[in-house]
Write a protein that binds this ligand. Structure first.
Ligand SMILES: Cc1ncc(COP(=O)(O)O)c(C=O)c1O
Length: 357
């Protein structure tokens, strides 16, 4: 099967680029004490998670319990849910998962700690539990310092729970375009988390994990003393949002579409609209053809402007796009066509697609 045989819209993965991204990260971390626990919410695909573990990752990170179930069922053994799991039925599932896998979880609430502890101890299971610290994103997480120390103490006292460490996500700082400013702002976040880890140690607890860092901040976090785990994820697929300066990774993910109409010399219509692309982070960008831009996306149609009307695009031609953000576009599709040049090397099911539960 070649690229011309693929029914569109479809996700393409360039296997060489994907493997190279995994290799670049592994080589960068080879001689460092900081370890990688890649966030898999962007690809939601066990085979890619296995490739990352094989390349040296100590386990994986997921965003949702549903993703953890998919990855555990596919044989991934060391999984961290970097998010809050608060519904009783979900906490039960999380505890049950720990009978055959090792699934740790972030917490930021004392009542959730009580529920987790009571279910885990009833079922005779131990859950590694991590305090999520709000380092400035204003999303989940307790404040650094005393509130985090108190939560850590509560975990350490709770039956069925093991206090594992702290995590934060410097998302607001990691996407600052200018690298010097990005580094400055990220360091403020790391200072908060590392300081808090020290205070927890002073209170008599071991802090095994101090975790943060994404694709656009991995090399800042990795150099910061006291951080020992990174949860960068999109580096494997990349996207327009992640293609900032000073990031050595290349886009392996594109969305393939077909021209279905050339209504005028200046306008091309493709079969890829917002049901093929998430617009989180903006419109996708045409890959490999210059002078062609997204004008608008409708449900099932992509409306493109041709700056140069002589560009030879006809009905039936294929156009590739780089999405603005990977995870939300991947979640719209069932499979990746894994490409070596124009040849389809494999088809990988996106097992975690739709697992936003
Ligand atoms: C908790 C958490 N950690 C890390 C990341 C970094 O991910 P990426 O490397 O995909 O930018 C994210 C992304 O949103 C996140 O939510």
């Amino acid at each position: 099967m070649t690229i011309g045989d693929i029914e569109t819209p479809a996700l393409l993965l360039d296997l060489d680029v994907l493997q190279n991204n995994i290799r670049i990260m592994a080589e960068y971390l080879k001689d460092k004490t900081v370890k990688l626990r890649p966030h898999t919410k962007c690809h939601k695909t066990p085979v890619i998670a296995h490739m990352q573990v094989k390349a040296g990752a100590r386990g994986i990170t997921v965003a949702k319990l549903g993703e953890a179930e998919v990855m555990a069922n596919a044989g991934i053994e060391n999984i961290f849910i970097a998010n809050q799991v608060v519904q009783m039925s979900k906490i039960e599932k999380l505890v049950n998962l720990n009978r055959y896998s090792n699934v740790s979880v972030a917490v930021d609430n004392p009542d959730v700690i009580d529920t987790l502890s009571s279910i885990a101890s009833k079922k005779n299971v131990k859950i590694n539990t991590i305090v999520e610290i709000d380092v400035g994103l204003n999303r989940c997480g307790v404040l650094p310092g005393k509130p985090s120390v108190e939560l850590a103490k509560k975990i350490a006292r709770s039956k069925g729970l093991i206090f594992e460490g702290v995590m934060g996500w410097e998302g607001y700082a990691a996407f600052i375009e200018d690298f010097t400013k990005r580094r400055e702002e990220c360091k403020k976040c790391y200072h908060k988390i590392v300081e808090t880890a020290e205070q927890i140690r002073k209170a008599g607890m071991e802090v095994n994990t101090v975790s943060c860092g994404g694709t656009t901040s991995f090399n800042i976090a990795a150099e910061y003393p006291g951080i020992n785990e990174l949860h960068a994820g999109s580096y494997v697929l990349m996207s327009l949002m992640h293609s900032l300066k000073k990031v050595p990774f290349k886009p392996s993910l594109t969305v393939l579409t077909t021209v279905i109409s050339r209504s005028t010399q200046e306008r091309v219509i493709t079969d890829g609209g917002i049901k093929a692309f998430s617009r989180y982070g903006g419109n996708p960008k045409v890959h490999g053809i210059s002078g062609v831009e997204v004008h608008e996306l409708h449900g099932e149609h992509g409306l493109l402007d041709l700056n140069d009307p002589s560009v030879d695009l006809r009905v039936g031609d294929k156009i590739e796009f780089i999405p603005a953000y990977p995870g939300s576009t991947v979640n719209l599709h069932n499979k990746f066509y894994v490409m070596l040049g124009d040849l389809v090397e494999a088809i990988w099911n996106i097992e975690g697609r739709g697992r936003v539960d």
